[in-house]
Design a protein around this ligand. Structure first.
Ligand code: TNX
Length: 540
């Protein structure tokens, strides 16, 4: 009997051991983490001690604690005459750290007596995100944290999540909720796809028709894609746009969470909404245009005339005024050349110049826009089609049609952001091959596929690899019309994105991620009001 009991307890112990999560529930897994015995208890007497009370990370933490029923005061260490090492029952956040510490890295030690955290700007904020993932509530005002030592720094400087608000519009409140969940997982770039054939969603004061006309479509094609089910229209007008004031509000909200916003203004293709508002932007201004009602690619595109550049430069000036970040995304994808082939102006331009053909004309278009963006002190990003006909000299390339565009661009010494649809980073795709998946576009991209992707192509040399500045996943919304469906497509795949963007390859482990950490996070996300898809967990 005793023997059996012993065998049973060894079995249970070994199972418990097998289930010990080396990453302590944290997503993305930290670069280095070691668990220690014991816990720190946060109770109503615990002080939050800081050396910079106005730090965004401190504000974020104290707001969080207040909202969740913890009433702890923030104390400035400079008003105390105790050495940090002597202080007990305190969570201490210090931003005055050695210059050698990376801006986005942090160090954290949770021991039974105190929690100490060191980090600069973003680093301190990421430390707070980690800390909040470690919290185990006990009762109102009291929680525990498992003891651990963490030293963390992201693998990539650009960790992006995209959202298409052109095909379907999302409210400011939802954009903030989207930014919130990005921040929890240490993503730092929100790529806001603001214009497309089916809608122009950003107010431009100088060209008011861009929104008064361009933000409204008469109806939406409901089902199918690219020519299928063309009779399925919903007969319902659809519209929406952000005022400049709302945009600034969102930019400030994101900045408080160390998220930079990259606005995308599509050109020369995906431009029907703008052309419907100002036909002068097209190669045939006498035609009647309307804002796109079906998905897919339209053959009417911006015409490379001086008038077009004058208007687009003025649009970009207002955009750059609203978005203070380094990058402006100008699209550049899927630009059919039909209209340029038919246009006498374009054909003459090609003849009179060294541009050999329409691909050269696209390159001319993008280079001319880049000159304007660079002159304003900013950098341009374009989808990988901008490599065709000669890449603009300073452009950063987003590789979406597989990884080949990214490889080619890095070989040309251009910076690259990897966002390949073929590798599981198109979150508009279904999450399995099952017919039970809701209507979606372009194959399927399960959680495991996104997780397995390594953004650095093996084909590159060491120096070329340095041009891969980061990774991004995209959420196109042709078939995603509601916040609930957007979250269903986003989660939990965005957690895999966070881990491939942050965690060193050597620390990645899909079983640990999917079996031990994701379930806990989905419960937490659900409590915060997020929808998600229940993933297939191996072995569960
Ligand atoms: C291609 S990805 C597009 C988008 C569509 C998407 C659908 C890219 C640069 N262009 O316009 O929404 O496919 O997956």
């Amino acid at each position: 009997m005793r023997k059996i009991f012993l065998a049973l307890s060894i079995l249970l112990a070994s199972q418990a051991f097998a289930q010990t999560d080396a990453n302590m529930g944290i997503i993305p897994a930290p670069a280095s983490i070691s668990a220690q015995k014991g816990t720190f208890t946060l109770n109503p007497e615990t002080s939050i001690i800081v050396d910079y009370p106005d730090h965004k990370a401190v504000k974020f933490l104290s707001d969080y604690l207040k909202k969740n029923g913890y009433n702890n005061n923030v104390v400035n260490i400079n008003t105390m005459d105790k050495k940090p090492s002597m202080i007990k029952n305190a969570i201490m956040l210090f931003s005055n750290v050695p210059a050698t510490m990376p801006v986005d890295g942090y160090e954290m030690k949770v021991s039974a007596d105190q929690v100490t955290i060191y980090g600069k700007n973003a680093g301190l904020f990421y430390a707070v995100q980690t800390l909040l993932q470690m919290i185990t509530p006990v009762k109102r005002g009291t929680a525990t944290f498992a003891c651990a030592t963490i030293k963390d720094v992201p693998r990539f400087g650009y960790r992006g999540m995209h959202l298409d608000v052109a095909r379907h519009f999302y409210s400011v409140d939802f954009i903030k909720k989207y930014i919130d969940v990005m921040a929890m997982y240490k993503l730092n770039t929100f790529h806001w796809h603001l214009t497309d054939d089916q809608g122009w969603r950003i107010e431009i004061k100088k060209y008011p028709k861009l929104t008064s006309v361009g933000s409204n479509r008469a109806q939406t094609k409901v089902g199918g894609f690219s020519g299928n089910n063309t009779d399925l229209f919903d007969n319902t007008p659809y519209g929406g746009f952000y005022t400049q004031e709302q945009i600034r509000e969102v930019v400030a909200y994101a900045t408080d969470r160390f998220i930079n916003i990259v606005p995308e203004i599509e050109m020369p293709g995906h431009a029907m909404a703008a052309i419907a508002a100002y036909p002068i932007l097209s190669c045939d201004p006498s035609k009647n245009y309307k804002v796109g009602e079906t998905w897919g690619v339209y053959t009417d595109v911006f015409c490379p005339t001086d008038t077009t550049f004058k208007i687009l430069n003025a649009v970009l000036d207002e955009v750059m005024d609203m978005f203070p970040g380094k990058y402006i995304h100008i699209g550049g994808d899927e630009c059919p050349k039909d209209a340029w082939k038919k246009s006498g102006f374009c054909q003459q331009l090609i003849k009179d110049s060294t541009l050999r053909d329409e691909a050269g004309l696209q390159s001319y278009f993008v280079r001319r826009i880049e000159r304007h963006i660079n002159a304003m002190g900013r950098s341009m990003i374009g989808w990988d089609e901008i490599l065709e006909g000669g890449v603009a000299p300073n452009a950063t390339i987003m590789s979406w049609r597989g990884v080949s565009g990214g490889i080619a661009a890095a070989q040309l010494n251009h910076d690259v952001i990897m966002t390949p649809g073929s590798e599981g980073l198109y979150f508009d795709h279904a999450q399995s091959a099952s017919t039970q998946e809701p209507l979606s576009i372009g194959g399927n991209a399960p959680l495991s596929k996104a997780y397995a992707y390594d953004p650095i192509p093996a084909e590159l040399t060491g120096d070329q690899k340095k041009h891969v500045i980061g990774v991004q996943a995209n959420l196109w919304t042709e078939y995603i019309a509601t916040p609930a469906k957007a979250e269903f497509h986003l989660l939990p795949r965005m957690l895999a994105l966070a881990e491939i963007a942050w965690t060193p390859v050597s620390s990645k482990n899909y079983n640990n991620f999917a079996q031990q950490r994701v379930p806990k996070h989905l419960a937490m996300l659900e409590s915060k009001g997020y929808n998600y898809r229940v993933p297939e967990i191996i072995g569960a």
